[in-house]
Design a binder for this molecule. Structure first.
Ligand code: KG4
Ligand code: ZN
Length: 355
């Protein structure tokens, strides 16, 4: 089964072709980062217009890269939510038009479920290893989904069977990275720049809080950590009398911030692994690109099978949508042409995806 996936929930216009829910034949992405950078964040109205301008070119790029035509496509999978309403609409309407024009079945996919499932797709192998075996033996795992829009710990019991253990109560971890980066003058999106800078600093230089680490549940909170960084910057400015932040100070603060984020994420993940007795951990979403997080996860969990997708499948992409779409399509799930975008679609609403 060859599925064309469409993803437009935020600021990436993405199309991909994936075979049998596993093998990625193409992964075309038009990023809007340059359009939003000057505003320091995604502007929904600009984003939805940019999606409209990019869809046709990305659709063509995905088919061309895969070496296929629409005749070779068996189904169309599209992100239905959660996301920005106007952005989602561009993807769902385009998907419906394609389904109607080419007489192909339509499959709705949940964006975060796509991230969770992204460990099961790859160009040659998946993040778990052998592609066919990985999919066939869909073992339960704990997923730590960390991105600009969401931070969740999920017990994944099957491709459509999620138990959400905990979520962020305020900022997502990627959002906290972006806000701190802005504060330190590193530009947007700040995650990759912070990651680089953190590699040059001392993680114990500043004693930053570990919010909610003893809360006894699996929820996160990152806005207090961001405020703590802001206070550290103010104090440094007041003491040094300089407006410009010294490179050493910046690197140490970035490293300390990263250490605090990684510590909280992995301590909660450790509890989830213990409680669920699941020996597999998937780390997905844009922040899963983070080098500190990747290295520390491997160090802390030597006995756990850890899967982190290649970077191109961590940040928003359509391959993860086409991959999960292939599995759902294989189970006979279909959406009607009345499909609408659902900006607030919850992960626990599996029954509503195709409605
Ligand atoms: O998954 P994604 O592309 O979009 C959402 O669904 O939100 O994630 C984007 C987020 C941004 O906040 C970005 O700063 C962050 O992922 N990010 C990183 C790194 N690369 C991307 N954060 C920390 N370290 C990185 N290397
Ligand atoms: Zn995402």
């Amino acid at each position: 089964m060859r599925v064309l996936g469409i993803e437009s929930s935020c600021d990436e216009t993405a199309f991909a072709v994936v075979e049998n829910g596993v093998r990625v034949l193409s992964n075309a992405i038009a990023s809007q980062i340059d359009l939003h950078a000057r505003y320091g964040g995604v502007v929904p109205e600009i984003a939805s217009r940019a999606h409209l301008e990019a869809v046709v070119a990305m659709h063509r790029a995905a088919l061309q890269e895969a070496g296929v035509t629409m005749d070779d496509i068996d189904a169309i999978a599209v992100t239905r939510g959660p996301g920005l309403s106007g952005c989602l609409l561009v993807g769902t309407e385009y998907a419906k038009a394609l389904a109607l024009r080419h007489g192909k079945p339509l499959i709705a996919v949940h964006h975060i479920a796509g991230h969770i499932d992204s460990v099961n797709i790859g160009r040659t192998a998946t993040a778990w290893g052998d592609p066919v075996e990985a999919r066939a033996a869909f073992a339960p795992y704990v997923a730590l989904v960390v991105s600009g829009g969401h931070s969740s710990l999920v017990h994944v019991r099957g491709p459509m069977d999620f138990l959400v253990l905990g979520e962020t109560l305020d900022d997502a971890v990627g959002e906290a990275y972006d806000k701190v980066a802005k504060l330190l003058g590193l530009g947007y999106p700040g995650g990759p720049a912070m990651d680089r800078l953190a590699g040059e600093g001392h993680p114990q230089a500043f004693d930053l809080p570990r919010p909610m680490v003893h809360s006894g549940d699996y929820n996160f909170s990152f806005s207090g950590l961001k405020t703590s960084v802001a206070r550290t910057v103010e104090k440094h400015r007041a003491e040094s009398g300089a407006r410009e932040l010294a490179p050493r100070f910046l690197a140490d603060l970035a490293a300390s911030f990263q250490a605090a984020c990684v510590d909280v994420l992995l301590r909660k993940a450790a509890r989830a692994l213990e409680e669920t007795r699941v020996g597999r951990l998937a780390i997905t979403g844009g922040v899963a690109c983070n080098r500190g997080l990747r290295a520390e996860a491997a160090r802390r969990f030597p006995k756990v099978q850890i899967a982190i997708p290649a970077s191109e499948f961590c940040t928003d992409n359509a391959a993860m949508i086409a991959g999960l779409g292939g599995v759902l399509g294989g189970e006979g799930l279909r959406s009607g042409l009345g499909l609408n975008a659902l900006p607030g679609l919850g992960l626990g609403d599996e029954g509503r995806w195709q409605e």
